[in-house]
Design a protein around this ligand. Structure first.
Ligand code: PEP
Ligand code: MN
Length: 353
C-alpha cells in the first residue's frame, strides 16, 4: 500500500502516519517527493487498514500497489532517485553521468595508484576495484581482502575518488561497508537474499548487478529486498546476460535501461566490460549505453591490461579510457546529460569500430 500525503501535510502529520503504520505491525517507508511525501507500507497482507489510514490528518489517499515490487516502483516515487556523496559533487542518478572506473581487482598498491590518478584526471568520480573476487576457479586470484580496502581508502584521500567495491558474503559486507562509499553486490549474488537484506541494513548505497540470467522483474525484486530493510539508496547495473551468442562473453542488454527507467525511480548504470568481455567492444557499447539513457558507466581499466590478474581481456588502458570519455562527451548532451564536472574534451577523436 501507499499512503499519499497532501502537499501541505506537515512533518508531524507524516510522522503520525508512520507511527500508526508501525502500531499496525507494518513497516513505513516515507519517500519525500518534489510536491508531496508518500509513505510506502510493507508487510501488510491485504488492504484492510486502508480506511483507518485514510482518516488520519494530512492524508490525501491510500493506494494499493499491485506490482510485486513496491518501494522500487515509480508508482511509489515519481521523481528519479539521486544518490549524493557528502563532501563531493558526485551523484548517481542525477543529470551528471556517474563514471565508475578501475581495475577488476586491486592487485597491489602500485597497480592501483598507477591507474587511479589517470582515472580522476579523465573525469571519473568513482574508483571500482575488487577486494573480494567471485572467481569461477578456486585456484584463481581471490583478491587481497582488507589490504585492498585500505589501498582504496588511500586512493580516496589522494584523488577524491569515491570507492565502489564488492561484498561477496555476509562476513565481507561489514568490512566493505566500513571502507567503501558504495557496496557492490555482484551478478552471482543478485538473488542471495540474506546478503541483500544485510546490505539493506547498511547505511551505504548499494550497487546491485543484474544476475547473468535474471529477468527485469527478478532484478527489481532483488532491489526491493534491499529497500525493504530501509536502505533506499540502490543503484542497478546492467552487466550482460548469458545467451547463445559466441562473439561476446555476455550479451549486453541495453534494452533494460528504458525498461527500468519506465518502471522504477532507481538509477541504472551499464557495465560494457563484463557485458562484452572484449576490450575492443567496450568503447562502442559505452557510447551506446549513454545514448540509450543510462545514468552512468562502470568500466574496467588497468594500466597494463595484459598483466591483469583478472579480466584483462575486457580491461581498457588509461589511454583508451580517456578516448572513451572523449567519445561519450558529445553524446551526453544530446540525451540531456552532462559529463562530470571538470572535463572539457573538445575534440572527440572517434575511431569508428
Ligand atoms: C566485477 O564487477 O568485477 C564483477 C565480478 O562483476 P559481475 O558480478 O557483474 O560479474
Ligand atoms: Mn571483473
Amino acid at each position: 500500500m501507499l499512503v499519499v500525503m497532501k502537499p501541505e501535510a506537515t512533518p508531524e502529520e507524516v510522522r503520525a502516519v508512520c507511527d500508526r503504520i508501525g502500531q499496525l505491525g507494518y513497516r513505513a517507508h516515507p519517500m519525500a517527493g518534489a510536491l508531496r511525501t508518500a509513505v510506502g507500507v510493507t508487510g501488510n497482507k491485504d488492504a484492510m487498514e486502508r480506511g483507518r489510514l485514510e482518516q488520519l490528518p494530512g492524508v490525501a489517499e491510500v493506494l494499493v500497489v499491485t506490482r510485486p515490487y513496491k518501494l522500487v516502483s515509480r508508482d511509489v516515487k515519481k521523481e528519479d532517485t539521486v544518490i549524493r556523496f557528502p563532501g563531493t559533487d558526485a551523484t548517481i542518478g542525477g543529470r551528471d553521468l556517474a563514471i565508475v572506473a578501475g581495475p577488476c581487482s586491486i592487485e597491489s598498491r602500485e597497480q592501483a595508484f598507477a591507474v587511479a590518478g589517470r582515472l580522476a584526471a579523465a573525469g571519473a568520480q568513482f574508483l571500482r576495484g575488487g577486494a573480494y573476487k567471485p572467481r569461477t576457479s578456486p585456484y584463481a586470484f581471490q583478491g587481497l581482502g582488507e589490504a585492498a580496502l585500505i589501498i582504496m581508502a588511500e586512493i580516496r584521500e589522494a584523488f577524491g575518488l569515491r570507492i565502489v567495491t564488492e561484498a561477496l558474503d555476509n562476513e565481507s559486507l561489514e568490512l566493505v561497508a566500513d571502507y567503501a562509499d558504495v557496496i557492490q553486490i555482484g551478478a552471482r549474488n543478485m538473488q542471495n537474499y540474506s546478503l541483500l537484506r544485510r546490505a539493506g541494513r547498511s547505511r551505504k548505497p548499494v550497487l546491485l548487478k543484474r544476475g547473468m540470467s535474471a529477468t527485469l522483474e527478478e532484478l527489481l525484486m532483488a532491489a526491493e529486498y534491499v529497500m525493504s530493510e530501509g536502505n533506499y539508496r540502490v543503484i542497478l547495473c546492467e552487466r550482460g546476460v548469458r545467451t547463445f551468442a559466441d562473439h561476446t562473453r555476455n550479451t549486453l542488454d541495453l534494452s533494460i535501461v528504458p525498461a527500468v527507467r519506465r518502471l522504477s525511480h532507481l538509477p541504472i548504470l551499464v557495465d560494457p566490460s563484463h557485458g562484452t568481455g572484449r576490450r575492443d567492444m567496450v568503447l562502442p557499447l559505452a557510447r551506446a549505453a549513454v545514448a540509450v539513457g543510462a545514468d552512468g558507466l562502470m568500466v574496467e581499466v588497468h594500466a597494463q591490461p595484459d598483466q591483469a590478474l583478472s579480466d584483462g581481456a575486457q580491461s581498457v588502458d588509461p589511454e583508451q579510457f580517456l578516448q572513451l570519455m572523449a567519445e561519450i562527451s558529445p553524446i551526453a548532451p544530446a540525451v540531456g546529460r552532462r559529463l562530470p564536472h571538470g572535463i572539457h574534451l573538445s575534440e572527440p577523436a572517434v575511431e569508428h569500430a
